[in-house]
Design a protein around this ligand. Sequence first.
Ligand code: HEM
Length: 364
Amino acid sequence: MLSRVVISLAVLVASVAAAVPSVSKRATCSGGRTTANAACCVWFDVLDDIQENLFHGGQCGEDAHEALRLTFHDAIAFSPALTAAGQFGGGGADGSIMAHTSDELADPANNGLDDIIEFQRPFALKHNVSFGDFIQFAGAVGVSNCNGGPQISFFAGRSNDSQAAPHGLVPLPSDDVTTILNRVGDAGFNAVELVWLLISHTVGAQDSVDDSIPGTPFDSTPSDFDAQFFVETLLNGTLTPGNGISPDEALSPYPGEFRLQSDFLIARDDRTSCEWQKMISDRANMLARFEQVMLKLSLLGFDQSTLTDCSDVIPTATGTVADPFIPAGLSTDDIQAACSSTPFPTVSVLGGAVTTIPAVSLNS
Ligand code: HEM
C-alpha cells in the first residue's frame, strides 16, 4: 500500500513536470553534451542511467528487446473505433501499461512484459519523467544498441495521466491476418506499415509463448538490426523448437529458432508479402521505414506539435550487419517466395553444417 502511495505521488509530480511546455532553446547539458532544447537535458541523465543500469552497459540484449516490444504494447492500445462507439478507446503511448500494470497485464497479449515494466518504472520515477515518455525513450535507446540499429526520433512531454487501456487491442500471435490488419488499421496503420512495424522482430526472441525455451530468437542474428528475420520467416518450416506447437507458433526452419504464427502468415499474405520481401533487398529503405513508423507509433494519442523534439539525445547505432543470407543447411529451394509480382531477391547461401541458433541470454 505504501509503495502505491509513493508511486501515485511520484506520478503526480511527473505529470506536472510533463505538462509544462518547453520554451528554452539550445542548451549544454551534463557532461557537456548539447541538445536543441534545454527541456531535453534530463534525457541525457536518463540515457546514462539506463545504458549502465538497465541495458547492462549499452547492450542489445533481452532488456533492449523487451524495451522495444513495450513501446508497441503501450501505444497500440488505441482505438478510434471504440471512441466513436462512445467507449474509452485507450490513450495510446500514454504509459498506461506502466501506470496500470496489473490491469493491462491481465490481457493475454501482454504476456511476459511484467519484468521489463518493473525494471523500467523506478528509472522513470527517479528522473521524474512520464511513463509514456520513458517507454518510448527506452525503446529508441535500446534498439540503438543493436548492430546497425535505427535512429528513432523521440518527442518528450506526454502527460502522465492515463487510464488502463481496454483489453483486446494488442494483436495476438494466434490472430489471423485480417484480424491483425483490422486492429492496426483502427489505430491508423495500413498493411505496408504493419510490415514496417514488424521489422522490430529482427531483434526479438520469445520467452513466454513456449516457456520451456525462453530466449529463442526469431532469426539467427537477434542482436543485429538486419533483414535476416524477413529471409528466415520465408524458409520452409520443418521443426518444433520446444514443447509442441501452440496456435501462437508455426514450424521453424532451424534448431533454436522460433516462428510466430502471425509472422508466418503475414510473410505469405497477398496484402503484405511483397513489402515483406522488399525488406530483404533494400536495407536503407528498411531502416528509414522503421524510423518513420516508430515515430508514428510513439505519437499515438498525442499531438506532435505539443511535444518537444529530443531526438538528438538518442545515440547513433554502431556496428555493421551482413547482407541478407540463407544460414547453413538450407538453400534458395527452401524459400517459400510469396510475392507474385516480384521475384525473390538474390541472397548468398552459407555453407557448412546446419546452423544451430543459441538462445538470447536473459537479462544480459
Ligand atoms: C502483429 C503484431 C505483433 C504480434 C502478434 C507480436 C507478438 C509477439 C510475441 C508473441 C512475442 C514474444 C513475446 C515473448 O514470448 O516474450 C513478441 C516479441 C517481440 N516483439 Fe512483437 N508482436 C507484434 C508486433 C510488434 C511490434 C510492432 C513491435 C515493436 C515495434 C514488436 C516488438 C517485439 C520485440 C522486440 C520482441 C522480442 C522481445 C524479446 O526478445 O524479449 N512486436 N512479439
